[in-house]
Design a protein. Structure first.
Length: 578
């Protein structure tokens, strides 16, 4: 794994091209992980007009020159930069690109994203809850067995009164904290299921070195199953409603899981968690059907639970989660609250229609269909329903369903055609990162990776390869060709986050954080400025408002929904090289 930087205690960090600013003030921004041979090769230079100064040292030692193709003035900071096209560098190998005293390495490979894609998926193994983790670097003992979980009074029902003890093990730690949230877990699984459906052959062969890797099921589905096993425990067996989350009353300190001792609760059932559960279980029932040898009976169980959850949601359409109403004890952990369930109804009805073919579910999908395409987030899951439609075969669909498929496709294409406008005048030669609204909480996932995923859908469905170029440009941005010069995925590139807001990485005594984690990214809201301190953020410009310190939960936290977008995006790119 040549591109992975695994820095352990006692090792000195190498001073690399992306980490230093040359004495002459020149800064080069480039993709620090790699490019495919046929992918466009672009760098961005700040601090000098590089015309006539760009030197490329080829793998064989030959030196050639490149020119700036245009000047770009940032609409966010008014900084002047120069976009340089390096030309047709199609031979695999390492290319040294220098401008004055500054330089960067450009790695060209047939499998440029294999290592980082695999690490982004394997990250989910490293954040499993309730089991010991066996890893060459990041092993740890079992923490949070969750076999003695209390029913909070907000979640009580006649046959499960407050204080009832239930067993609810497994699942993934959600983010920088140690709690488990149905809404975000369902969204994360749904996003990865979407990529799986479009690249099944690729995922059938992708191995991530997890305990299940030797079975007959693709590793991605095995990893989803670890979280789905927790889902099976989050539905009240007596009425079909789904608990919103499993949580401690307050966030834990920066301790390892085995050292955490707060009581853990399941709290109030919500319509959004229940519908997200229904959608994911319906899709899981369908996708796991071929793997009965490894998971006998699961598909039938998941299908029944999905339909029962949907019935509960139909009977309780206004049962939204209101954390401020929770008492005895008060709960202050992540809320994942939502005041509308129309998008969840659309996703769940769509998934259940695909599973069962029942007209009632199609009628509900038609009722709740979105009016336009938006990049998906845990709070707006309508696009996961759209992806369910776009990955289903058209053959045999009744007229109403075929029309809905067509509307989802038209919305997707309208969105993609809009986001690629103006790329050739942008500061970093990418669809993402050109407007202030591109930046904020979790922006690198919801706005960068998810935008690129939409472009890959367009590329696949239209069969033109026109949109693939733009998706790869977002990868360039994410991996170093941006205003900060960071590759925003831990463990990769020459300058990546070393201090994410992540309890496991902070408390384990290992210098390097878990590899393959996507941080939230530049966030001009700076909601953590009190914790970060007055001198923490280096800039208030939207695309530079990022700081690599543990206290920065607003710009430097990790989360499963963000990593799910990274998995979906980079694994799809890696699949294109097959």
């Amino acid at each position: 794994m040549r591109t992975m930087r695994m820095i352990l205690a006692g090792m000195m960090m190498a001073v690399t091209c992306a980490e230093m600013q040359a004495d002459d003030g020149v800064q080069i921004r480039c993709n620090q992980v790699g490019c495919y041979p046929q992918q466009e090769k672009v760098i961005v230079v700040e601090g000098v007009n590089p015309s006539g100064k760009v030197r490329i040292t080829m793998p064989d030692g030959k030196v050639v020159k490149a020119k700036a193709i245009r000047k770009a003035v940032s609409p966010l900071s008014q900084k002047t930069r120069y976009v340089v096209n390096l030309g047709e560098l199609t031979t695999p190998g390492d290319y040294r690109v220098s401008v004055g005293k500054d330089a960067c390495m450009l790695h060209v490979s047939e499998h440029a994203y294999r290592d980082i894609a695999t690490a982004s998926l394997r990250l989910f193994y490293l954040i499993r809850s309730g089991v010991p983790i066996d890893d060459a670097v990041y092993s740890r003992p079992l923490g949070h067995p969750d076999t003695q979980v209390l029913v909070h009074n907000s979640a009580a029902s006649p046959l499960r009164p407050a204080g009832t003890v239930i067993s609810s093990p497994y699942g993934w730690y959600d983010a920088g904290d140690y709690n488990k949230y149905v809404v975000n877990s369902a969204f994360s699984i749904g996003l990865m299921f979407a990529a799986y459906e479009m690249q099944r052959d690729y995922f059938a062969n992708l191995k991530t070195n997890i305990p299940e890797s030797g079975n007959q099921t693709p590793d991605l589905l095995d990893e989803m199953m670890f979280n789905l096993r927790w889902f099976l425990t989050m539905q009240d067996p007596y009425d079909g409603g789904v608990y919103h989350k499993l949580t401690t009353p307050n966030f834990e300190g920066m301790f390892m899981p085995a050292d955490c001792h707060q009581p853990r609760y399941v709290v109030a059932k919500s319509v959004t968690a229940t519908l997200d559960f229904a959608a994911v279980m319906a899709d899981a029932a369908r996708l796991f059907e071929p793997y009965q040898t490894d998971y006998p009976g699961f598909s039938a169980q998941a299908a029944a639970m999905a339909e029962r959850a949907y019935q509960w949601a139909k009977a309780n359409p206004t049962a939204f989660y209101h954390q401020h109403l929770l008492k005895d004890p008060v709960v202050t952990t992540g809320g994942y609250g939502d005041g509308s369930a129309s998008d969840e109804f659309f996703w769940a009805a769509t998934a259940l229609y695909r599973l069962t073919g029942k007209q009632a579910y199609l009628d509900d999908a038609l009722q709740y269909q979105p009016k336009q395409f938006t990049t998906p987030s845990w709070g707006n899951v309508a696009t996961l329903g759209a992806y369910d439609w776009l990955s289903s075969p058209l053959v045999g669909l009744p007229e109403q369903a075929g029309r809905l498929y067509g509307e989802m496709l038209n919305q997707l294409m309208a969105y993609c055609d809009t986001v690629i406008e103006g790329v050739d005048q942008s500061s970093f030669q990418s669809p993402y990162g050109n407007k202030a609204r591109d930046f904020g909480w979790g922006c690198l996932a919801e706005h960068c990776c998810c935008q690129a995923m939409a472009l890959l859908y367009a590329d696949r469905l239209m069969g033109t390869e026109r949109y693939r170029r733009y998706a790869m440009q977002n990868a360039d941005y994410l991996l170093g060709r941006n205003a900060t010069g960071y590759c925003f995925v831990t463990g990769f590139g020459d300058k990546s986050p070393m201090h994410p807001h992540h309890r496991l990485s902070e408390a384990d005594g290992i210098v390097a954080p878990f590899p393959g984690m996507l941080v939230g990214g530049p966030n001009p809201g700076q909601q953590d400025r009190r914790e970060v301190g007055p001198d923490g953020y280096p800039s208030n410009f939207p695309d530079e408002s990022y700081v690599d310190i543990m206290a920065s939960y607003a710009s430097n936290e990790i989360a499963i929904n963000w990593n799910a977008s990274l998995v979906a995006f980079l694994c799809w790119l890696d699949a294109l090289a097959e």
